[in-house]
Design a protein around this ligand. Structure first.
Ligand code: N01
Length: 556
């Protein structure tokens, strides 16, 4: 690492240590490194907190972890050779297989040599005079770069345990989002799991097969629908690989980045028989098709939503033998799809097992963790192991943890005290040359992630190229553009059913977090059009300038 204080000692403005610093070596960081270094010839340094690549797929190694977007779609599109060569084994890839894929990508494109592992970024301060970012790391080092690119992920900061006494528990405590890489043996163990979101649902199904007894603490039941995983059909692989460019193009032109047929306009405009036929078809197809592919009004019209919600409730009741347990597992007080829907494989049947108990903690909340187990307002339970599947400080959490400070000493935490303020979910006024890959107020988690990431990294690369060609060195959104984008994103959200439900999409899972929709709900296709338009209009809403040039001239 080179000396960051060089500016003070020389009376000119030296070049920063790097052109770009990238935070994180998951899907985003790996592609950003490849794009900027190999295709643009920039000097790039990646910092990664873990000791390996993979991001979310590195940390979330809990039993049952699996992607719920089809592997043929949930993969990079930037290299025709890579997408032809790589062979997925299942329709929906397991966590180990995705991690193998990302390690393959790191090796194939020789990315590791520019990644500093086990190096967490702890501060990032905009140096006004030097017009560069000064980035501090946990080991005490500081380096500078002209551009700072966050690939820190959307779901990478697990929610802090909220239970008094958790440190006194004599057994083992595990977080799904920070799972031990050596694995955990549950044989003969009495296990508790708290949380029934996507992580909990996947973990419960697998751990129940191994543990002596599994007790599931559920606060809110979920509308889970079948994943429909199976070995990949070789004919389908051949077909997709023969048409990959078109498949990717089609994906990018849908709302969610998966090339499903468009939903029908309204659940209320068809007969009950036709509605059921559509629900049956999408249900049996599995995965996101059920969320994205039925009717266009389920997230905006409560009456339309009631039809799909009731369909799911019916399925749950059919699959769970004990009607009392089925009733507890059935959501009744929030609309379908207003929490991120989980996808399952035999989740509901898991509650028919003799070694699984469901404890509803909605009415009798967990009071504390004791030395021996869990205490609710109604009872006490003893365990050998407690698993927290309690979610993440999503979207803003990873960014606010990094100590980012922009112009005039303004912290990102202060700027975002009432929720995120971004332009396009990618940039922030007062924080020049900072790029948030799949940041809050971009489609992010509602757009097939690898494609969302590629689009953002490509946008950043084009912006940097434009600056270079123009002899410019900073890009920053205007205050007006940012205000307009936040208003636009919030307005779309207000037209949906999402704001009324407590979900991490709304920031409502973290006590004290501002309640704001963190995801752009206009659709990936619409969003891409907006971004293309911004570029076509010479980066409308951004100010591009030559600040370092100017500073250099003044110092010289
Ligand atoms: O987290 P969550 P997650 N007492 O926030 C409960 C992605 N993902 O890690 O709803 C008791 O969804 C909480 O209850 P409630 C995906 O985008 C994808 O499961 O707040 N319970 C809820 O049941 C997903 O949406 C895959 O009442 C407490 C659970 O913990 C996102 O990650 C797989 C509690 C948290 O659910 C997050 O999923 C896994 C408390 N104090 C994850 N605090 C794929 O398949 C929280 N809970 C790709």
């Amino acid at each position: 690492m080179t000396d960051a204080n060089a500016f003070e000692r020389t009376s000119t403005v030296p070049a920063p240590d790097f052109d770009a610093i990238v935070i994180g070596a998951g899907f985003a960081g790996l592609y950003a490194l490849h794009k900027l270094r190999d295709q643009m010839g920039l000097r790039v340094q990646v910092f990664e907190a873990g000791d390996g690549v993979g991001g979310t797929w590195y940390w979330n190694q809990y039993p049952g972890a699996r992607c719920d977007i089809e592997s043929l779609h949930y993969s990079y599109s930037f290299s025709a050779e890579l997408q032809q060569d790589w062979e997925w084994s299942e329709k929906y890839a397991s966590q180990p297989e995705i991690l193998r894929y990302l390690n393959h990508v790191a090796d194939r494109f020789e990315l590791r040599k520019d990644i500093a592992f086990e190096t967490r970024v702890t501060s990032a301060v905009w140096d006004e005079e030097g017009t560069r970012w000064q980035v501090g790391t946990q080991d005490g080092g500081t380096v500078t770069a002209q551009y700072l690119i966050s690939g820190a992920g959307n779901l990478s900061v697990p929610k802090k345990p909220e239970f008094d006494g958790i440190d006194d528990f004599a057994g083992d405590v595990y977080l799904t989002g920070k799972w031990p890489h050596e694995g955990v043996d549950f044989t003969g163990k009495n296990v508790a799991i708290i949380g029934t979101g996507s992580s909990g649902i996947q973990a419960i199904t697998e751990i129940a097969k191994e543990a002596k007894h599994l007790t599931v603490f559920q606060r809110t039941p979920n509308y889970a629908s079948p994943l429909g995983n199976e070995p990949l059909n070789p004919d389908r692989v051949r077909e997709v690989k023969a048409n990959y460019p078109q498949v990717r193009e089609d994906s990018r032109n849908t709302r969610g980045g998966i090339p499903y047929p468009d939903p029908l306009p309204s659940a209320l405009a068809v007969t009950p028989e036709e509605r059921r036929r559509v629900f049956d078809e999408c249900w049996s197809e599995g995965g996101f098709r059920f969320f994205l592919g039925t009717f266009g009004d389920i997230l905006v019209d409560k009456a339309a939503n009631d039809t799909i919600a009731e369909y799911v409730r019916e399925q749950i009741r059919q699959r769970v033998s004990d009607p009392t347990v089925a009733a507890k597992l059935t959501p009744t007080d929030y609309p379908y799809g207003t929490k991120r829907p989980p996808y399952e494989t035999s989740y509901y049947e898991t509650f028919n097992r003799d070694n699984v108990t469901l404890v509803d903690v909605a009415d009798a909340p967990i009071v504390s963790v004791t030395e021996t187990g869990v205490r609710t307002t109604e009872a006490e339970y003893d365990f050998d192991v407690i698993i927290l599947a309690t979610g993440f400080d999503a979207m803003t959490g990873p960014l606010l943890e990094m100590g980012i400070v922009g112009r005039d000493g303004q912290t990102l935490a202060d700027k975002w005290a009432d929720g995120p303020h971004t332009y396009l979910g990618l940039s922030v006024h007062g924080f020049p040359n900072l790029f948030l890959i799949t940041g809050p107020q971009s489609p992010s988690v509602l757009y097939n992630m690898p494609l969302a990431i590629e689009d953002h990294v490509d946008f950043v690369a084009d912006a940097i190229e434009t600056l270079k060609h123009g002899g410019l060195d900073t890009i920053e959104p205007t205050a007006d553009a940012e205000t307009g984008w936040v208003a636009h994103a919030n307005e779309i959200a207000q037209h949906t059913l999402l704001p009324e439900t407590d979900s991490w999409w709304m920031g409502a899972n973290i006590p004290g977090k501002p309640r704001v929709c963190l995801v752009y709900l206009g659709g990936a296709d619409v969003y891409r059009g907006i971004c293309a338009d911004v570029v076509a209009k010479d980066y409308e809403g951004f100010t591009l300038s030559a600040e370092r040039e100017r500073a250099s001239a003044q110092v010289g």
